[in-house]
Write a new protein. Sequence first.
Length: 202
Amino acid sequence: MRDLINHTARRLPTWPLYTTGGLLAVWMIWQAATGGLGPDPVKALEHGFGEKGLQLLIASLCVTPLRWFGINLFKFRRALGLLGAGFVTLHFATWLSLDMGLRGAEILNDLFKRPYIIIGFIGFVLLIPLVATSSNKAIKKLGPAAWNRLHWLSYPAILAGAVHFVMIGKVYTVESGLYLAAVLGLLAVRAARQQKLRPIRA
């Protein structure tokens, strides 16, 4: 099965993933504009963008652990991360423009009244340098070691997104709990492996 997955992954280009993500975003906006998202389309769109972003970012976190078990989807990690960041940006833009109406006083009031917005915003800000340095040119300019250190920001960014998603609901749900558990589990697995690979000092 692993050989089949790896063989198929090697043959597949990454552009269909970007295309599918773009079409999904357009479809969600169309649904909101035509009444397909229920009585509160702005909130539904805002929530939908945020959830899709979190799902894609969690998927990007899964790529390296899967590689440890012989499943190589590494070529898709950048696309998953960039699409996740794109949906998070749409989530933030929807809240800022359609929900808050770009009203500064109301935005500040919402920030202080709802701590989960600050946590989500921190996660969004942490994603910015990751997107800005996602190209091969940026990796070459920074150097692999510096680039890898910078991209550790993805861990707190995705964790902040999961916490934001849990806190945004008025009640805690199994779904939100599973997202947070998935992120914590993936980060714990990575930390355990790093500890195991770290050389023992006398």
